[in-house]
Design a protein around this ligand. Structure first.
Ligand code: 2AL
Length: 253
């Protein structure tokens, strides 16, 4: 089985971390393509970053289709471009926020999301609403750690995250933690050991869910909302993104 994990920001160090987390949990027979776009923001920390990251994500999906990828994980906690990617891809596409929240509902009555900058709480809140998770989500706590600061594991980032997790459990009623950034992929095991509750990190959750979907032969329903984009010209800078009527010929570049 061939799966693709897309880090939507352009940070190669973060892509390597995400790839390592994905490889730890996939079956030996699963081939992983781990990538990030070459165009776009170095980190995604707001709506503008997120909107512009989507083009890079879709470009990577387009390449994946040409390579015969059977399922995709979008490895940023805003799940940028998730629904558009579902239109483009033949196989299933899962976002890490979506994957982590769904798995959290299976192991705890209520979870809290512990994320990066305060300004990204709104993005997480919108996802909670759009995935119907209000009943399950006890709180969304920010650490005010910038995404790229998570590269420096020697800093105080881990302690700050641990403190917010403890607050979520003690004060907000959370019985599981969802980590709110792809750059936190390496922290789940240590946090779970210290906190004594399940800590769900979306990269592992996402690849296991996509692996399951592909092995069960379940792909995105293509009969309506997620049908392939209608072929039409796109103008200007976006001309190269124009959907074609013969995806498998045009998508080889
Ligand atoms: C993220 C993430 O997962 N990747 C990124 O660049 N930004 N999420 C976040 N809450 O900051």
């Amino acid at each position: 089985m061939k799966l693709q994990v897309i880090n939507p920001n352009t940070s190669a160090a973060m892509t390597a971390k995400i790839g390592a987390a994905a490889r730890q949990v996939t079956a030996p027979t699963t081939e992983l393509v781990v990538c990030n776009p070459t165009m776009g923001p170095v980190s995604i920390e707001g709506h503008y970053d997120e909107a512009l990251s989507v083009l890079g994500v879709l470009d990577e999906v387009r390449r994946g289709e040409a390579l015969g990828v059977q399922g995709y994980v979008i490895a940023c906690f805003g799940d940028p471009g998730l629904r558009a990617a579902r239109e483009l891809a033949q196989g299933p596409v899962v976002g890490i926020a979506e994957a982590a929240m769904h798995l959290a509902t299976l192991v705890a009555p209520r979870f809290s999301i512990v994320t990066t900058l305060s300004r990204t709480r709104g993005i997480a809140q919108h996802l909670v609403q759009s995935y119907g998770m209000e009943r399950h989500c006890a709180s969304i706590r920010a650490t005010d750690i910038a995404v790229l600061e998570l590269e420096h594991t020697s800093g105080g980032a881990y302690q700050q995250i641990l403190q917010e997790c403890r607050g979520a459990i003690a004060q907000d009623g959370a019985e599981a933690i969802v980590l709110g950034c792809g750059g936190m992929a390496d922290l789940a095991t240590d946090l779970a050991a210290e906190l004594g509750v399940p800590v769900i990190e979306g990269v592992a959750a996402g690849v296991k869910l996509v692996e399951t979907l592909v092995s069960l032969n379940l792909g995105t329903s293509k009969v309506g909302e997620f049908a392939r984009p209608l072929p039409k010209p796109y103008d200007g800078l976006l001309a190269q993104f124009a959907p074609s009527s013969q995806p498998h010929l045009s998508e080889v570049e």
